[in-house]
Ligand binder design. Structure first.
Ligand SMILES: Cc1cc2nc3c(=O)[nH]c(=O)nc-3n(C[C@H](O)[C@H](O)[C@H](O)COP(=O)(O)OP(=O)(O)OC[C@H]3O[C@@H](n4cnc5c(N)ncnc54)[C@H](O)[C@@H]3O)c2cc1C
Length: 457
């Protein structure tokens, strides 16, 4: 039994927790980070990084199938899933090593074990009491399911989907949000027959409707089937496969059912409520400066209601460390956090959709311009279609950017600067975009909104 004292104790070593720990140590605090599994959390080990490695393998499969279109003759011999796994695991383990080295170099004390909040200043890990003047809760999230839908056998979540040692021939995916469509994209490129079931009226339903519709057209063209607007009612499974039923009586068969209906907060049984922390449906409620109902106890990442994204966790972690240090950091609202869906095609957005902008400012007070990537040389060269849509307040700043097409995720860096710096289209129009790049499409959309289109009508 021992007691260790620190300035800051971080519970959970994922994106949010380790960012808080890194920034806090940089600011001169003594920091303990408690992690029950592996530092890096969901994003590094089961989320962002391994899925993007899979998507890259999928892209290479498609490129090799279509290479003759570009005058290069190759033969596609299929997917070597063991080699795909080795490549994916290699990326993750190298990033993991790097992160462990960084945490060590910053002098952070990593405590391996499951922690439980036992008071506003203590976390219990086994027999050890870890005391912090401030506590940061960062215990992350898990794959949710629906009431009555049990995970097991042929009914899997993204964790199992990631580590399959075979390519399924036929899959049903429940959920057309980011995780569902990314796996749909991978499996289709690997040769599977894929059907997505989404209860809302669109795939990627949180995006601007014009983008969702283009996304659906692109998936349809790729031969990815989907059923929209009807809810799931049940699934049966046997040694041959699964049968998924919807409320309207339709059924879909597959070898597997991937359940991708969102992620729930990992907060149960961790002592949060007993210590006085307000929790609502499992999420930790904070004020806009990420302090919980218990002074000195903060929360970051997926346990805080809102967008569940790694870079939001990073930003919140940095924010809390700076807040504790009295640096008065700036609050970034969720709406201005960039979002990327890394399927083929990619979707990237920041700020308000056109519908939300019209709701907030009035339909007559906003304008938008949708630049078709058909007019963009680089997009044509790499064989992609899509668009860049920019929404502005009339005589005011850009408040939303929505893009679809191959590689548009790489354009969102500029998009988020424009929205977060509240740039006017006229400001952006006078800045130069290199030719030929896909970035030019952003430039062209702003030129058009500023009333001086170049390569657009
Ligand atoms: C398939 C998939 C793909 C994704 N792709 C992307 C993407 O491309 N881009 C993106 O931005 N986001 C992506 N995400 C989301 C991203 O992974 C999460 O938003 C991010 O990991 C949240 O960080 P976090 O620190 O809140 O939680 P987590 O990363 O979940 O970390 C929480 C950590 O706390 C530990 N922990 C929990 N309880 C305890 C305890 N009691 N004691 C000690 N340790 C504990 C856990 O072991 C874990 O390591 C993806 C997620 C999934 C599932």
């Amino acid at each position: 039994m021992s007691e260790q004292n620190f300035d800051i104790v971080v519970l959970g070593g994922g994106s949010g927790g380790y960012a808080a720990a890194l920034r806090a140590s940089q600011l001169g605090f003594s920091v303990a980070m408690i992690e029950k599994d592996k530092v890096g959390g969901t994003c590094l080990h089961r989320g962002c990084i391994p899925t993007k490695a899979l998507l890259h393998s999928a892209e290479v499969a498609d490129v090799s199938r279509e290479s003759a279109k570009y005058g290069i003759n190759t033969d596609f011999h299929g997917v070597d899933i063991a080699a795909v796994t080795a490549y994916r695991e290699g990326i993750v383990s190298s990033k993991y090593k790097g992160l462990e080295g960084l945490v060590k170099a910053r002098g952070i004390t990593t405590i391996l074990g499951e922690g439980r909040l036992t008071s506003p200043t203590t976390v219990q890990v086994g027999d050890d009491t870890i005391v912090g003047k401030k506590i940061v809760l960062a215990t992350g999230s898990y794959s949710r399911t629906l009431p009555g839908l049990e995970i097991g056998g042929r009914v899997i979540t993204s964790e199992q989907a990631l580590t399959l040692d075979f390519v399924p021939q036929k899959v049903v995916i429940l959920g057309g949000g980011v995780i569902g469509v990314e796996f749909a994209s991978v499996w289709k490129s690997f040769g599977a027959d894929v059907t997505i079931v989404e209860a809302l009226p669109h795939l990627v339903p949180n995006e601007d409707e014009a983008i969702s519709k283009q996304f659906e057209r692109a998936f349809r063209k790729r031969g990815i089937a989907f059923n929209l607007g009807t809810r799931f009612s049940g699934v049966t499974q046997d040694e041959n496969g699964v049968v998924v039923s919807l409320e309207d009586g339709k059924t879909f068969e597959g070898e597997l059912l991937l359940v991708a209906v969102g992620r729930g907060p990992s907060t149960q049984g961790l002592g949060f409520e007993e210590a006085g922390v307000t929790v609502d449906r499992g999420f930790v409620i904070t004020n806009d400066r990420l302090e919980t109902s218990v002074p000195g106890v903060y929360a970051v990442g997926d346990i805080v209601p809102g967008l569940q994204l790694a870079h939001r966790g990073f930003q919140q972690g940095i924010f809390v460390a700076e807040e504790i240090a009295g640096l008065n950091p700036q609050v970034v609202e969720d709406v201005n956090i960039p979002k990327v869906t890394y399927s083929d095609p990619e979707v990237a957005s920041v700020g308000l959709t056109e519908a939300k902008a019209a709701e907030k400012y009035g339909a007559d007070e906003i304008s938008s311009y949708d630049y078709n990537l058909a007019g963009n040389g680089k997009s044509h060269i790499i064989g992609t279609t899509g668009s860049v849509k920019v929404v502005r307040v009339n005589d005011g700043p850009v408040i939303g950017i929505h893009m679809i097409g191959a590689r548009v995720g790489e354009l969102i860096g500029e998009g988020q600067l424009i929205v977060n710096w509240e740039a006017y289209p006229e400001d952006v129009a006078s800045l130069i975009h290199a030719h030929p790049t896909q970035n030019e499409a952003l430039g062209e959309a702003h030129l058009a909104l500023a009333g001086k289109p170049l390569h657009a009508i």
